[in-house]
Design a protein around this ligand. Structure first.
Ligand code: IVH
Length: 713
């Protein structure tokens, strides 16, 4: 990984590598526990620490008492807080990075995976705290520090809402150290950052860092303004004096019941399981909902439930053997921003995007991420060569969060938005003054725009031509067979023979492959199967409805909704072309912006030529109204939601529109009916609250056939 130093070669001197690792781990640990922002990701840190541990296992002679592997957390001096010794050491946890690691741990602690009951709970990404209660009164709150000695942050801890000053219940010990995690709820973190941004100040890096900074404020009244929270999960020193020990503390799960009885916050997600399979299921469930919890979590903690077994298993100098932390794959990683390039889209919009050293994040390898526009690049403050934070939460599109400023070497360079189109060299312009986006105005001849427009015609939302994707579009343009989209529907096999991608090559390997695929007998230079398919599919696409043809023209602002509205209102391309701006704007769902865009589009001769050439090739330019379909929905607005058995999303709209109705996408008081399919969500709820009549699929069919009379009353 680029952010760690060179990986060790087997021949490297282990002592030198050890020294190097110790230094790196110490530096990053100091940042993690201190006020400085981290310069590497948690995952990269874990990798360094793991390597150090493995090295020390192989070379025990290298282990020193003050090696970071022997210490828990950070040992910091001078902090301004009083040092307090923990009565019982605060342990760390060993990590598992895979289900195999979890299985190996289960195998280590028992004869079989199902030997012991295991408490499974979220691993909260906060900072650990030890809370001392004497005779039920909160007397001290201490950070972990190096595990032996921490900082006295009692005054700050007392500001945490939900943390009782006095333990509830009548069975409380003489003295107890309660261990838990202090965190800043995600929502509070976001609010805090919004406020900072509004004041023009730099936002915090993450909730964990913010919580750490807040808890270590010199002035408790500042801490009090941060809505910190705490979850408790373990006991340290415990003295009952002359009282009987609480009967429920013989198990970890019992401890949680007791903590709750005392009025302390405990996790709502802990559960006791036995065996590998249920544990694996818990882990994947928890990962799936990791962003739905109030606090950030970075994994799960697995603990042997029976405390007698815990005692038997004991601890190493650093961590208990009876527990393990399972770490989720990281969603935020660091990588190098190698370059910023720009992409020219179908409408000429020029979009900068980052090219990064490929990196695995949340289960997939990411190399590119959009940077949206030149202002976003400025706002994020990223430079080429920067180490950047890359985020991909769940299935979300990867996002460059920002630079790791502390990791800069001075070799990074600022990026400048190009002044000319990288594809055709035309100076870029703002469409309107103050537009965020820059565009290449050379729509007619810019190769990048032409390729994108042609590929778009093939896309599912337009004419849906299989084989006509980005690659085929580029091949058609690069070979000179097409100069723009006008002659797309005139393509012949003869033409395709000039497109290398669509032709059999005289290539030994390829021929063998073709033999395998059963295409023996074809001569090199023949149009390949793909080419024939392309021509057949283009031919079939000519019969697509008018609205899809309109979408395919890439008129700005004219997407599927406006196209359907125009096609329904005018029924032919000629009528749309002949319509005045007022007539266009008067169509429901069109409006002045779209009307103007359509009008301007038809003013260009080369646009008109596209339409005329397509028409001459047989592309549908008018929707004959199917007289057999009765206009049963004239004047009605219908919304369909959820999945229906007999309709697709498109065909349901088609069915409504062809009968004279309006297919709307959101429910309002103007909606006449809402068709509710399986797994319908908020739209059904909204219909209910507005009192809009709801129809089943069967009732909808009745409505289509017979109009309102068939379903009302
Ligand atoms: S138990 C003896 N349970 O993770 C065991 N720790 O990486 C003590 N943490 O130092 C820890 N959530 O700060 C435990 N549910 C949980 C936890 C948890 C977060 C933290 C804790 C610990 C660190 C180890």
């Amino acid at each position: 990984m680029s952010e760690t130093s060179a990986s060790p070669s087997p021949s490297a001197d282990p002592r030198a590598r050890h020294q190097d690792l110790v230094q790196q781990v110490e530096e990053h640990r100091a940042r993690y526990y201190g006020d400085d922002a981290p310069t590497i990701s948690d995952a990269a840190y874990d990798a360094l620490e793991r390597e150090l541990r493995d090295l020390e296992e192989a070379h025990p002679e290298l282990v020193e008492p003050d090696s970071p592997t022997q210490l828990v957390g950070s040992a910091r001096g001078e902090t301004g807080f009083a040092s307090v010794q923990h009565r019982e050491r605060m342990m760390s946890l060993d990590n598992a990075f895979s289900l195999e690691d979890v299985a190996a741990w289960l195998a280590r602690i028992g004869r079989e995976a199902g030997d012991h009951q295991i408490v499974c709970e979220p691993k909260i990404d906060g900072l650990s705290i030890s809370l001392t209660y004497e005779r039920g009164e909160l007397v001290r709150g201490v950070t972990r520090g190096d595990g032996t000695t921490g900082e006295d942050v009692t005054d700050n801890v007392r500001t945490i809402a939900g943390l009782p000053f006095t333990l509830a219940g009548d069975h409380v010990p003489e003295l107890v150290e309660i261990r838990g995690e202090v965190y800043l709820p995600v929502e509070a973190f976001e609010r805090l950052n919004e406020a900072l941004l509004a004041e023009g100040k730099a936002p915090y890096a993450n909730p964990r860092n913010t919580a750490a900074g807040s808890l270590r404020q010199k002035d408790p009244s500042v801490t009090a303004t941060r809505p910190l929270a705490v979850t408790t999960y373990a006991l340290g020193a415990l003295e009952w004096g002359d009282r009987e020990p609480h009967p429920r503390i013989g198990s970890q799960s019992g401890i949680y019941e007791v903590l709750a009885e005392w009025g302390l916050p405990v996790s709502a997600f802990s559960t006791v399981l036995r065996g590998l399979e249920p544990i694996e299921e818990y882990l994947s469930d928890l990962e799936a909902k990791r962003h739905d919890l109030v606090h950030e979590i970075d994994g799960a903690v697995l603990k042997v439930d029976d405390r007698a077994v815990q005692a038997e298993l004991g601890s190493t100098s650093r961590a208990p053997r009876w527990a393990i932390a399972y770490k989720f794959p990281p969603e935020e990683v660091h990588t190098i921003l190698e370059d910023i390039r720009v992409d020219v889209g179908r409408t000429g919009r020029v979009t900068p995007y980052g090219v990064m050293t490929p990196v695995l994040v949340a289960g997939s390898t990411v190399t590119y991420a959009t940077l949206h526009n030149r202002h976003e690049v400025k706002r994020k403050g990223v430079r080429i060569g920067d180490t950047v934070v890359l985020r991909k939460a769940g299935d979300v599109i990867p996002e460059i969060v920002g630079p790791v400023v502390a990791a800069r070497t001075g070799d990074e360079r600022e990026w400048e938005m190009p002044e000319a189109c990288p594809s055709c060299g035309t100076p870029l312009v703002e469409q309107k003054e103050g537009d965020k986006d820059l565009r290449c105005p050379n729509a007619q001849a810019c190769p990048a725009q032409i390729v994108d427009r042609i590929a778009f015609i093939g896309s599912r939302g337009a004419l849906d031509v299989e084989v006509l994707g980005e690659k085929a579009a580029a091949a058609l343009v690069e070979s000179g067979v097409l100069v723009n989209e006008a002659r797309l529907f005139d393509l012949t096999e003869e033409d395709l023979r000039r497109v290398p991608m669509l032709v059999y090559e005289v290539d030994e390997k390829l021929t063998k492959k073709q033999v395998g695929e059963g295409v023996v007998g074809r001569k090199a230079g023949d149009v390949a199967e793909n080419g024939r398919k392309l021509i057949a599919n283009l031919d079939a696409a000519k019969a697509q409805p008018l609205w899809r043809v309109l979408v395919s023209l890439s008129i700005r602002h004219v997407g599927p909704t406006a196209s359907r509205a125009l096609a329904t209102a005018f029924e032919s391309m000629d009528a749309i072309r002949a319509a005045s701006e007022e007539e266009l704007a008067a169509v429901e769902g069109v409006g002045p912006v779209i009307a103007e865009s359509v009008l301007r589009w038809f003013e260009e001769d080369w646009h008109v030529e596209i339409v005329d050439t397509w028409a001459a090739a047989g592309v549908r330019m008018a929707d004959e109204r199917d007289e057999t379909v009765e206009r049963t929905l004239e004047g009605l607005t219908v919304v369909a939601t959820g999945s229906l058995e007999g309709f697709t999303r498109d065909s349901v709209k088609e069915a409504i529109i062809s009968r004279g109705g309006k297919a709307a996408s959101s429910v309002s008081k103007n909606t006449d009916y809402v068709v509710v399919g399986a797994n319908a969500g908020s739209k059904a709820a909204k219909a209910e609250s507005l009192g809009v009549p709801m129809l089943t699929e069967e009732q909808f069919e009745a409505l289509l056939a017979g109009g309102p009379a068939a379903v009302d009353g």
